[in-house]
Write a protein that binds this ligand. Structure first.
Ligand SMILES: Nc1ncnc2c1ncn2[C@@H]1O[C@H](COP(=O)(O)OP(=O)(O)O)[C@@H](O)[C@H]1O
Ligand SMILES: N[C@@H](CCC(=O)OP(=O)(O)O)C(=O)O
Length: 377
């Protein structure tokens, strides 16, 4: 954890439910509160990036809908109207405090391309270093349902990892993570600290309680897993609480803090990309002893330890690494194509010498035991 006095790089995610009125429209008052809080952190010298939902909420009325639409094309059309209005409001408010905001729209397929992923990082780094407040949202108007991040929770965690943030603050309409869904159980109790996302923690996370939220607690738990695996401390708290952002940044807020001391939970940026963003193009199958001595030990996988391959992939592709039962044990970038793997399999042992490179280098390998998050969340 970064000492309290140091300048931090903070990613703040705010959900639709925390930016809208009871009617589901953007609330100017809520937007102003958030901006005031961000300004307070900026005035202290911190770098702040916002991941803001709200495009659909800001646009559906002008589309002619009486309530938030439910069909995908209507939501996308509403977002196309609302995203501009949302950014205009943010921009005006930040300018009135002397700060410049910028807009970044991202789709999941942008992040699955390593070059675009790295490009996004370079752009955002320039903005943050120059004191700008980047405001990120999913590019709703062009994203197809099956390609969507699904909500902005996991997007915010991936962005936090991308920019190597010190802290991820997720603001919602709820005080934090409860030991049961408070919408169903009024006796549910707040969990203030989470050091590991165990199956018990996953089990308490339920669906959204409001009509405007999309991810509920499930997608927040996925987001915290990604942040923890990336070595980022996180916080979940209620957006409407006074000074919530300032207090969370100074570790004084009421809510749930997620932090991991596990050394292996520190995937570097390449490994984060492999684990959370890439799309595997094929499978490499290994036996049980290789799982134990190579994959779990995070050693480089040698070509002779590959039992077989499935699918057609080129050198440089990301593949799933499966055990003989078909269970996914890791992900990695291969140094050989599927064709070459087949040739290696058929080669005499004296011919193997020409394949000097590892099948997957240890730096390009992510073992599923250390993350256990389904790819593409
Ligand atoms: N274990 C839990 N603890 C807290 N909230 C939970 C839990 N399970 C489900 N929820 C629901 O998740 C909601 C927050 O998610 P969501 O509505 O998607 O908000 P946002 O728009 O901020 O992303 C809460 O209001 C609550 O109804
Ligand atoms: N990208 C969408 C938001 C998706 C959404 O509702 O996310 P969230 O409120 O964080 O569950 C928008 O701007 O309206």
């Amino acid at each position: 954890m970064v000492p309290d006095t140091e300048k931090k790089r903070i990613v703040i995610k705010i959900g639709s439910s925390s930016l809208t009125s009871l009617q589901g429209e953007i609330s100017r008052r809520k937007l102003e509160k958030l901006v005031d809080e961000v300004v307070r952190l900026k005035d202290e010298g911190h770098e702040v990036l916002l991941v803001s939902s709200g495009a659909v909420a800001a646009g559906y009325r002008r589309l002619g809908c009486l309530s938030r639409p439910s069909s995908l094309p209507e939501k996308q059309a509403a977002a196309s109207i609302g995203q501009g209005l949302l950014i205009e409001s943010y921009s005006d408010l930040f300018i009135s405090h002397g700060y410049v905001a910028s807009q970044i729209l991202i789709t999941r397929s942008d992040f699955s391309d390593e070059n675009r992923y790295n490009n996004a990082r370079n752009t955002i780094n320039v903005l943050l270093e120059r004191g700008i407040i980047p405001i990120v949202n999913e590019n709703d108007t062009i994203t197809m349902d099956f390609l969507k991040f699904g909500d902005n929770d996991t997007l915010s965690a991936k962005v936090a990892g991308l920019v190597d943030a010190d802290q991820l603050i997720i603001l919602s309409d709820i005080e934090g993570l409860y030991d049961d869904n408070p919408s169903d159980n009024p006796d549910a109790e707040l969990i203030t600290q989470v050091q590991e996302i165990t199956p018990e923690i996953e089990a308490v996370a339920g669906e959204p309680g409001s009509a405007v939220g999309t991810g509920g607690m499930r997608s927040k738990i996925d987001a915290f897993k990604i942040a923890m695996a990336s070595g980022i401390s996180s916080f979940l708290g209620k957006a409407s609480n006074p000074d919530i952002v300032y207090k969370a940044a100074h570790n004084e807020a009421v809510g749930t803090y997620f932090s991991s001391d596990v050394e292996s939970n520190n995937l570097d940026q390449k490994q984060q990309w492999i684990a959370f963003n890439s799309g595997p193009e094929g499978d490499v199958i290994v036996d049980a002893s290789t799982v134990e001595t190579v994959i779990e030990a995070k050693e480089s996988l040698q070509p002779e330890n590959v039992h077989s391959v499935k699918g057609d992939f080129d050198e440089g592709a990301v593949v799933r690494i499966l055990d003989l039962e078909g269970e996914e044990v890791g992900l990695g970038v291969v140094n050989y194509s599927s064709e070459t793997f087949k040739q290696i399999k058929e080669s005499e042992s004296k011919d193997l010498e020409q394949y000097q490179q590892a099948a997957v280098e240890s730096d390009d390998l992510v073992c599923h035991l250390e993350i256990s998050i389904p790819i593409g969340v």
